[in-house]
Design a protein around this ligand. Structure first.
Ligand code: SF4
Length: 267
């Protein structure tokens, strides 16, 4: 397995970060190849460090000992076999936190089925609604169909978000919608699809933090942020369609570290 970094992280949705942070592990080699990826050195260009099973087990134990609320696996798909071995060894020793599967949504349905009974919380994306956009932005036109099928299976497994008395997630599926420049209508189409197929009780997390990076800095429309009007059209759709749970990031100048300064509502 290759992973880039790990540690307590406070930039996720409030039920995932909680008070003490989410025990986040960033794995190398994402399944997508987004031209705007801010993490391209490890997601696409192979930076990272090799870990054997026992090394990853130590990371999981360390994050638990530091008080993190969960184990948050970011882009874990290429390394599932080794991760499962490490996780099994740790829980056999009596240490267990909710397991978060943090994915772009580009997953095989067979892969998601194998996660049943293992993963507690899915943090997944619906990034596009048009295959041609998925090809242009992330190098794979199959994304739209795959991410929707994967989300339906995740939702079947977990249902709505369950939290403890402190509002920290125990189980559930959260859908993220990153608003992309010139493609806000695709986020609205994703919300329409969710409301008609899954229902409006799925928590949605609408994100304004897109910033051009990597190969996006010289390409239209990717070289700009979404406008405030584009972003508001997605927020308006959340309200209009009647989603009952979730968070909306404020439209503001993003921090260089895109995950710092998350401001969500409701608090
Ligand atoms: S899904 Fe996320 S981590 Fe993977 S390439 Fe795209 S932006 Fe980067």
């Amino acid at each position: 397995m290759e992973l880039y970094r790990f540690g307590a992280h406070n930039g996720e949705e409030p039920p995932i970060s909680g008070e003490r942070g989410s025990g986040t592990i960033f794995f190398s080699r994402c399944t997508l190849r987004c031209l705007y990826c801010q993490n391209f050195p490890w997601s696409q260009e192979g930076e990272g460090r090799e870990y054997v099973t026992e090394g990853l087990a130590d990371v999981l134990r360390r994050l638990a000992a530091e008080g993190c609320h969960n184990w948050n696996l970011v882009s874990p798909t290429p390394w599932l076999e080794g991760i499962h071995e490490a996780w099994s060894a740790v829980i056999a020793g009596g240490v267990r936190l909710p397991l978060v599967y943090n994915t772009s949504g580009f997953e095989r349905i067979e892969t998601v089925r194998k996660l049943e009974g293992w993963v507690d919380i899915y943090l997944t994306d619906l990034r596009y609604s048009r295959p041609e956009s998925a090809e242009e932005g992330s190098g794979n036109p199959a994304y739209v169909d795959a991410s929707r099928k994967a989300l339906l299976e995740m939702w079947r497994q977990t249902g709505a978000l369950e939290t403890d008395g402190n509002g920290v997630a125990r189980r559930g599926t959260i859908c993220r919608l990153l608003v992309l420049p010139g493609k806000a209508d695709e986020a609205v189409a994703s919300l329409n699809w969710l409301s008609q197929t899954v229902g409006t009780e799925i928590p949605v997390s609408v994100m304004a933090q897109y910033t051009p990076a990597y190969k996006a800095t010289e390409r239209e429309p990717w070289k700009r942020r979404p406008t405030a009007a584009e972003y508001e059209s997605v927020v308006e759709a959340v309200d209009r369609l009647g989603f009952t749970a979730g968070w909306v990031q404020e439209y503001e100048t993003p921090s260089p570290d895109s995950l710092v300064g998350f401001k969500m509502r409701p608090e």
